[in-house]
Design a protein around this ligand. Structure first.
Ligand code: C5P
Length: 409
């Protein structure tokens, strides 16, 4: 679960000949670090860019290049496909994509792909004009139709000094593609709206009121929901986090802007998870110019911000709505009260006093409370694992709804 998606998984990595081969070496490192075992198959051309020895050292396994050299390792294209969870091809040249799409199997890599029953994830990398070529695009379309998965190339400067679409996707996008390919798509069809991070309420042009939220919990929920097949929109206050892969990200600053964004996506969504730490108050007026220091005391009057969660949950229809409660005292009672008052399906109670829980850390300790008042106290775990648990419970509520509807029919 969580970042353990890759632990104990066996992955065959096909490497074909492009300048991006060196990035595949980094990919092997990441996969091994995450607990996967990796066996690398290289095309002849790939070995001209990076020596098989590099991949052998990084994977800790022999590297396979030649169909007809099975002496030492007693391996062939069929045994390479046994007990494998996934095959990844990175970088994948226009040539290899064309061969796979046409059923050509003339080396160890392409024969292995052809014999593979497990999912195959292809990460193209080529010159942007080659990538735009109608034949290449047609091949990709055909392979997508046949169930092959792709991590599309990124946009940027290419080794051939041109700029465009074609460079191998970022390592983080490839890793996420691999995790997704290994994850049951049990949230497919769901449209999940997540909020994350703090809000900033301006006092004057240079100062604001905010809080210590980093957005890590909400970003983890957005990433895991997308990995499990949901379409995800993430409305985020200011954070320093990288954008989750495959998620539509909407940046906002104030609670008012967050409210506008949430309300405009509310009807689209089937699930709403509000992990943002929204400022409860904002300065009643905003000074036009920077406030100068003069008197000994300065008073700022504050007024209430709208409670976005209550507003969306009031008329939630069939939507599953999840809130967070962060308290420093009487946490569970307060959280239960909030769940009722705000008309929520689930509330995640976050004890700020717990070591390892709350703001600015990678771990969290929460209790999930449902509308029947049941409390599930989770142990300390990473925010990604917490995200899996919350989404498991969301899935349960969705299933209950479906059963309830069937019962009524
Ligand atoms: O009432 P309280 O602020 O403790 O509730 C926390 C929950 O309500 C969180 O899920 C938070 O994202 C949400 N909230 C909101 N709008 C506010 C304040 C909190 O949506 N103005």
């Amino acid at each position: 679960m969580g970042e353990h998606v890759l632990a104990g998984k066996s992955i065959v990595l096909g490497v074909t000949g492009g300048i991006a081969v060196y990035k595949a070496a980094e990919l092997v490192r990441e996969l091994v670090k995450a607990g996967a075992s990796v066996r690398v198959v290289m095309t002849e051309n790939a070995t001209r860019f990076v020596s098989p020895l590099t991949f052998q050292v990084l994977s800790g396994n022999p590297v396979f290049t030649d169909m007809f050299k099975q002496d030492v390792y007693d391996i062939n294209h069929i045994s390479l496909t046994e007990n494998v969870s996934l095959m990844v091809i990175a970088p994948a040249t226009a040539n290899v994509i064309g061969k796979i799409a046409s059923g050509i199997a003339d080396d160890l890599l392409t024969t292995t792909v052809m014999a593979m029953e497990q999912p195959v994830l292809i990460c193209p990398a080529m010159n942007s004009r080659m990538y735009a070529n109608a034949v290449v695009q047609g091949n990709i379309k055909r392979l997508v139709g046949l169930g092959y998965q792709f991590v599309p190339p990124g946009y940027g400067e290419l080794a051939c000094k041109t700029e465009g679409e074609g460079r191998l996707a970022d390592l983080s996008a490839i890793m996420e593609g691999i995790k997704r390919a290994l994850t049951p798509q049990d949230l497919a069809g769901q449209r999940v709206l997540v909020t994350a991070g703090p809000t900033r309420e301006a006092i004057d042009p240079v100062r604001f009121i905010s809080n210590h939220s980093t957005g890590k919990m909400g970003y983890a929920i957005a990433q895991v929901a997308s990995r499990r097949g949901a379409e995800v929109v993430l409305v985020s206050g200011p954070t320093y986090l990288p954008a989750p892969v495959g998620v539509k990200l909407i940046y906002v600053s104030t609670a008012g802007e967050m409210r506008d964004a949430v309300l405009s996506w509310k009807d689209w969504s089937t699930v709403i998870i509000k992990a943002a730490a929204v400022a409860d108050y904002r300065p009643s007026t905003q000074a036009k110019e920077k406030i100068k220091k003069s008197e000994e005391f300065l008073q700022i009057s504050l007024e209430r911000n709208p409670d976005i969660l209550s507003e969306v949950a009031k008329e939630k229809g069939d939507r599953v709505v999840v809130g967070f409660a962060m308290e420093t005292e009487a946490l569970i009672d307060q959280a239960k009260k909030k769940l009722k008052e705000k008309n929520l399906d689930l509330i995640c109670a976050n004890d700020l006093g717990e070591p390892g829980a709350g703001f600015a850390v990678d771990t969290n300790r929460i209790s999930i409370i449902d509308s029947a008042g049941r409390v599930e106290a989770l142990p300390l775990m990473t925010k990604e694992e917490v995200a899996y648990h919350i989404l498991d419970r969301v899935r349960e509520v969705i299933d209950d709804r479906i059963r309830g509807r069937k019962g009524r029919d």
